[in-house]
Design a protein around this ligand. Structure first.
Ligand code: NAP
Length: 512
């Protein structure tokens, strides 16, 4: 098996991995490879092709700060537009020559003597294996990438078509079919209104209702787009105002959950507008504080549930048979297609099973005992030179993840710069630094709506801790990550273990 030495190995070519590649390249770190298991860049926006897929963060903020897009068509962008945007940015950034697509990272372990991550990859289809020996491992595989499948009795016996919302099967024609959707989260509320238009009958299985605010569906006018393109600073000013408006919501999430009553009143008006049947209104009205689960955005969800061919089932699922779904009340509804919209593995990310640290333990082993913990959500004790993008307590319930990703990538670049300058071969946060940071985050969680709001959510781990969200303003997060802080790290000088002679460079290896 070939071994390729690179300075940096980046896993994932979504917003995070692409940003890391571009910013490392700009900083002069050109010896890297990006491994992507899918056939193109774009990550979640390449993979999630379900009908109705759109972003629920305003377009003006859902882009890189260094690559504004004056051509967004709408206030909230559709999936295809965002995917196209990532492809354009990747094309124009001059880094694509170091991307290896259709290749999955299998196993990674830290070799302390060589001060390198040894990463084995396999090509999708052929299974051909390659080994990389990288100074840093930058994991950008996404917090919402691995579908979580429900553990429902008999689900494997269903004889019709079954697929997850994030693995949409476009070969299945839903026209006139009897379709069931399990789940009523962010993905389901976008796909259900589209499926309802074509399906003969649609059964929607809701476990918990969500708070759903109206969505601004406005298209940008030609004049606006022209101004964004040609008037210096105009688009940045709009972006800044969107950013500020979203940040203004943070105190309601983190310190004053009672302020969410205003959101709840707005949603109730949305329900009254969209649904005529009082029983159905009651079924879709949550009994927990708004914000406890992610607040969703849609004008189409309530009217879709109000359609004659759609039924909202709230009795719970007893089991799935080969021909349909049996609800807890014993009613069996026959279906042709089962769509699973039950979300993703978030607090138990599968990639953690494949990363083995300094002591021979996998990240999954470590986190199964402690919950997800990292220093500043990015570096991890026991895992030198590993950078986890979109790591523990970095996700947002109120604003754009791209802001967080750029903050983390800045930290990666600063750390790599410091390593070069100071001749360091390994940097690893001390346990004390990691614990202090994580404990402070958990203390701040106590007053938040995610803890006090009276709901169960995928933000919480098996210990009931919210190890997913950042409980503060995003500019605070950015400030914390603005420079490498060596006093919080165990650092080791670059070892003199010679590298294997004759190993190809990243560019040579990719083009081979
Ligand atoms: P999700 O929000 O986790 O929703 C999963 C749904 O499935 C929930 O309604 C959940 O009910 C239900 N469910 C889970 N297990 C179940 C079971 N065993 N039986 C019955 N129901 C079950 O997943 P998602 O909708 O895919 O969205 C995930 C995240 O992706 C979002 O929160 C968001 O961050 C992101 N996303 C973003 C956009 C966007 O526009 N930017 C669009 C789609 C998704 P409970 O509520 O009772 O758990």
């Amino acid at each position: 098996m070939t071994e390729i030495e690179v300075d940096h190995l980046i896993i994932g070519a979504g917003f995070a991995g692409l940003c890391a590649a571009i910013k490392l390249n700009e900083s002069g770190e050109r010896d890297f490879v990006v491994i992507e298991k899918d056939s193109d860049v774009g990550g979640t926006w390449h993979i999630n092709t379900y009908p109705g897929a759109e972003c629920d963060v305003p377009s003006q903020l859902y882009s890189y700060s260094f690559a504004l897009n004056p051509d967004w068509s709408k206030v909230y962008s559709p999936q295809q537009e965002i995917w196209d945007y990532t492809k354009r940015v990747a094309d124009s950034s001059g880094v694509l020559d170091r991307f290896v697509l259709d290749t999955a990272a299998e196993e990674s372990h830290w070799d302390a003597e060589r001060q390198r991550w040894i990463v084995t990859t396999s090509a999708v289809g052929s299974g051909a294996r390659t080994t990389y020996a990288a100074r840093t491992l930058i994991a950008g595989s996404g917090g919402l990438s691995e579908p979580s499948l429900p553990d429902i009795e008999g689900i494997e016996t269903f004889a019709g078509h079954t697929f997850h919302s994030a693995r949409w099967d476009h070969d299945v024609d839903l026209a006139g079919k009897r379709v069931a959707v399990i789940g009523t989260g962010a993905s389901a509320i976008q796909l259900v209104p589209e499926v309802a238009k074509v399906a003969g009958r649609l059964d929607v299985y809701q476990r918990t209702p969500n708070w759903i605010i109206p969505r601004n569906e406005r298209h940008f006018s030609t004049l606006e787009k022209t101004v964004f393109r040609y008037v210096p600073g105009a688009q940045r000013a709009v972006r800044a105002s969107v950013y500020a408006a979203l940040e203004a919501r943070v105190p309601a999430f983190t310190r004053f959950p009672k302020a969410m009553a205003a959101v709840e009143a707005q949603v109730k008006r949305n329900i009254a507008k969209g649904i005529s049947d009082p029983d159905l209104r009651a079924k879709v009205t949550p009994d927990y504080r708004a914000g406890c689960k992610r607040i969703l955005v849609s004008n189409k969800w309530y009217p879709a549930l109000d359609r004659d061919n759609v039924e909202l089932i709230t009795d719970g699922i007893a089991r799935v048979t080969s021909t349909g779904i049996v609800a807890q009340d014993g009613t069996e509804r026959e279906i042709d297609v089962l769509i699973i919209a039950t979300g993703f593995h978030v607090t138990d990310p599968p990639i953690a099973q494949h990363i083995t640290g300094r002591d021979g333990h996998t990240l999954a082993d470590v986190w199964s005992k402690t919950g997800m913990r990292a220093y500043k959500g990015t570096t991890i004790h026991g895992f030198p030179n590993l950078f986890q993008l979109v790591g523990p307590n970095t996700a947002l319930g109120h604003s754009s993840m791209i802001f967080i990703i750029e903050s983390q990538v800045r930290y990666v670049v600063e750390t790599v710069r410091a390593m070069r300058r100071d001749g360091l071969g390994a940097v690893e946060p001390t346990l004390a630094a990691q614990d202090a940071w994580s404990d402070a985050v958990q203390r701040r969680m106590r007053r938040t709506v995610w803890t006090t709001g009276g709901c169960a959510s995928w933000y919480l781990d098996q210990f009931g801790h919210n190890t997913t969200l950042w409980p503060g303003q995003t500019f605070t997060f950015r400030r914390q990550l603005s420079r490498f802080d060596p006093d919080k790290y165990d650092v080791t000088a670059l070892s003199t273990v010679p590298s294997d002679k004759g190993t190809p460079t990243a560019k040579e290896a990719v083009s081979a």
